[in-house]
Design a protein around this ligand. Structure first.
Ligand code: GLN
Length: 272
């Protein structure tokens, strides 16, 4: 009698243990454990996928059209966004975009908060001390925006200059005219607003965003002078040479097959 009770207890314990294992097993994360057949509305089991798709986290400042901006549907768009999406797809990864202050992007990538930065980011020797750059994929030119009529014989003497904080425009201009003559804003639109309001006399910013800002605000013009010509590239943590190399390989293929040109042409149609 005692013996058979022992067997019953053992059997119950065994059943419990098996069902606990079964329950845990069903919690294993899979992408497609079950799916609903569209025509019948029933649930059918499908083959388990292998590992979940790896994320590729891009840091940017989405206030820099045509390179990165939020479109009318609230989605991220622009040259950098499409290049990153295409490269992520080539690497079999899922692109995730983190929109942050321009000024915190270099720190974010060097500390591993994001995997890479694409932000119309200029390659500079100073930045190279903190991050690794990819091969370049576009050219930027620093230009000067002024109010129409202020363009004759423009020079910086006695002028207050608006810039986006932490940009190359900010760095060069601060060097040239001194901190006290520079007003920093967190994006180009705010700097241009300050120009419209008369708080600054000009804005130094990259040429393509400059064209967009001038088109969106009446009474502004871009000076003929090209202040500096720069290369744009993606930035990676110095620890992550593997990702940088994979990015460069994909980028080279996309340059060779015309994809990069097509993306740039979509957002910056060449005048013909
Ligand atoms: N090209 C400039 C820089 O790298 C500006 C970039 C930006 O404002 N997103 O500093």
């Amino acid at each position: 009698m005692k013996k058979s009770l022992k067997y019953i207890v053992l059997a119950v314990v065994a059943v419990l243990v098996i069902s606990i294992f079964a329950a845990c097993g069903s919690k294993t994360p899979t992408n497609n454990e079950e799916t609903t057949a569209p025509d019948e509305g029933t649930t059918v089991a499908v083959e388990e996928s292998t590992a979940p798709i790896k994320q590729l986290v891009m840091g940017t400042n989405a206030a820099f059209a045509p390179y990165e901006f939020v479109d009318d549907n609230g989605a991220f768009a622009g040259i950098d966004v499409e290049i990153a999406q295409t490269i992520a797809a080539k690497l079999g990864m899922e692109l995730v975009i983190k929109d942050m202050e321009f000024n915190s992007l270099i720190t974010a990538v060097s500390e591993g908060a994001v995997d890479m930065v694409l932000a119309g980011l200029t390659v500079t020797d100073e930045r190279k001390e903190s991050v690794d750059f990819s091969d370049t994929y576009a050219t930027g030119i620093q230009v000067i925006i002024v109010k129409e009529g202020a363009d004759a014989d423009f020079d910086f003497a006695g002028k207050k200059v608006g810039v986006q904080a932490g940009t190359t425009g900010d760095i060069y201009i601060t060097d040239e005219v001194g901190q006290e003559n520079v007003a920093q804003y967190s994006n180009g639109a705010q700097a241009v607003q300050a120009l419209m309001n008369g708080q600054v006399d000009c804005v130094v910013i990259d040429n393509e965003p400059a064209k967009n800002l001038v088109a969106a605000n009446e009474g502004l013009t871009i000076l003929e002078t090209e202040y500096t010509v720069e290369d744009y590239a993606a930035a990676f943590s110095k620890e992550n040479t593997e990702l940088r190399d994979a990015f460069n390989t994909a980028l080279a293929e996309l340059k060779a097959d015309g994809t990069i040109d097509a993306i740039i042409e979509k957002y910056i149609p060449s005048e013909s």
